[in-house]
Design a protein. Structure first.
Length: 343
């Protein structure tokens, strides 16, 4: 029960932050906002102020900001309201659609700032431990500062984790700075298999240091960039076949992960919250018609084709198909979550 309550607060905060982004930018742009709602389904509470209805709904699985004229690009009609979404300049419409994801990324950054302060340390790229007999022993040295992995710049320990995550064969070119000199060594790191997937073992340790005042601000930026890279790598892996659809998690799986994180303490819960809100921000930017990224594409296409009727029919068909596919995907991953949970 406690896990369920934590999950509701968890998702509620993320949804609120996302929808508030759309809402506040729409209001600033002078768009008529009909409703600002958290949750879906029947309303548990609602009120109205200055022409906008505010509602809290039964199902904590999403939310929405309903704007006058926001579907004109799909419906082929033009609202008579001079403050309709469809009558605002293109850049204003795009800014409104981007605002939700921007807020998710901002929330993720703020959570990482808090987590950095709670931890009281930041991960560096300087090696402080090497075990005898490991692949890196005798090649790397304690005190080496890793600057690149496979030619990619690394600035934090999170960057190191990301580069190891994206590599497939464990053969990594490690560039280090040692005594004022830079050298590159190719090292074959050990591979392990977990749940049918192959992972690389990092058999050295890097230093964790107390952050400077500036690092409380800059370190979460680099940390957030590493998370974004990890998310994109996972999305690309789905399309290239590196990962399978069976490895996706839906609401049940996420709630289970929240319960596990809460048992490990506040820090792990913050870490998971940051990862999920950044994940939602990135996912919403994908060019899928039902998502914010897809709606941005629709607005750009509409502007380029002057809202051609034939184009609108294609847009409507793509919108309907994407909604159906997302519903099917949600049902499938939820079934997979329940199956894993029962097992």
């Amino acid at each position: 029960m406690l896990t369920f309550l934590i999950a509701i607060l968890f998702f509620g905060a993320i949804i609120l932050f996302h929808e508030f982004g759309h809402y506040i930018v729409a209001k600033r742009a002078g768009v008529t906002v009909l409703e600002f709602s958290i949750g879906m389904g029947p309303a548990l509470w609602k009120t109205e102020k200055n022409g906008t209805r505010y509602a809290l709904r039964l199902l904590p699985i999403g939310g929405f900001v309903a704007m006058e004229g926001e579907n004109d690009a799909q419906e082929g009609e033009r609202s008579s309201d001079p403050n309709a979404f469809s009558k605002k300049p293109l850049l204003h419409r795009i800014a409104i659609l981007l605002a939700g994801s921007f807020n998710n990324l901002l929330m993720g950054y703020l959570l990482l700032v808090i987590l950095t302060a709670v931890n009281g340390w930041v991960g560096t790229t300087q090696i402080v431990r090497l075990e005898e007999g490991t692949s890196a022993y005798g090649v790397l040295e304690i005190g080496d500062t890793i600057t690149h992995l496979n030619g990619h710049r690394v600035r934090t320990s999170n960057d190191i984790s990301y580069e190891f995550l994206r590599d497939e064969d464990g053969r990594i070119d490690v560039t280090v700075r040692r005594g004022g000199e830079t050298r590159t060594e190719r090292i074959q790191f050990p591979l392990e298999t977990y749940e049918g997937q192959q992972f690389i073992t990092i058999d050295f340790r890097v230093a964790a240091v107390k952050p400077t005042p500036l690092q409380y601000v800059t370190y979460p930026v680099n940390w957030g960039i590493s998370i974004v890279k990890e998310i994109w790598s996972s999305l690309i892996g789905l399309f290239t076949g590196r990962y399978t659809i069976n490895q996706l998690s839906g609401p049940v799986g996420v709630v289970s992960a929240i319960g596990q994180a809460s048992r490990y303490g506040f820090g792990q819960l913050l870490r998971l919250a940051a990862f999920i809100t950044i994940n939602i921000g990135i996912f919403n930017l994908l060019p899928i018609p039902v998502l914010d990224g897809g709606r941005i594409v629709i607005e750009l296409v509409g502007a380029a084709t002057h809202n051609n009727r034939a184009v609108k029919k294609v847009i409507n068909a793509l919108m309907a198909a994407s909604i159906a596919l997302l519903v099917l995907l949600m049902v499938y991953v939820t079934f997979q979550d329940i199956t894993r949970f029962v097992r």
